[in-house]
Design a binder for this molecule. Structure first.
Ligand SMILES: [Zn+2]
Length: 134
């Protein structure tokens, strides 16, 4: 469990955005989760390098998963790792609100975390109008 100090650092490090879908925390009305990238019950450590800031929909969909199926190839791939991977290397924003995977890791994460659910797209359209997305 991250300490209060560590939680502040994790939020700042993530620029107050979900590290998977880039949702801005300030406008959602709740504190994003400090998630374990590598789940604790699968040997993940309780340390800064294993923490990521995640919105509720991403954290719920990710759950205990570390891999998924690449929708393009059908092969099992690992998910995006916010500490090891760069977001822009694996994702792009299409049409200003759709988060699209551009690598096997990106595509697998897009599908596993359901990064473009209807409600998320609706919210992003509003954030876009406010200049808060992407
Ligand atoms: Zn998210």
């Amino acid at each position: 469990m991250a300490s209060d100090e560590e939680k502040v650092i994790v939020r700042k490090r993530a620029h107050f955005r979900c590290e998977y879908c880039k949702a801005p925390e300030e406008i959602t009305g709740y504190a994003f989760h400090i998630e374990h990238i590598h789940p604790q019950d699968q040997g993940g450590k309780d340390e800064m390098e294993n923490y990521a800031l995640s919105c509720m929909p991403c954290n719920r969909a990710k759950s205990y998963h570390q891999t998924g199926q690449d929708p393009k190839t059908g092969h099992e791939k690992r998910l995006f790792h916010p500490r090891k991977d760069k977001w822009n290397d694996h994702f792009r924003v299409e049409g200003k609100i759709h988060v699209k995977g551009k690598t096997a890791i990106g595509r697998t994460t897009e599908q596993r975390l359901k990064l473009n659910q209807k409600r998320q797209l609706e919210a992003r359209a509003l954030w876009l109008e406010l200049g808060l997305y992407p």
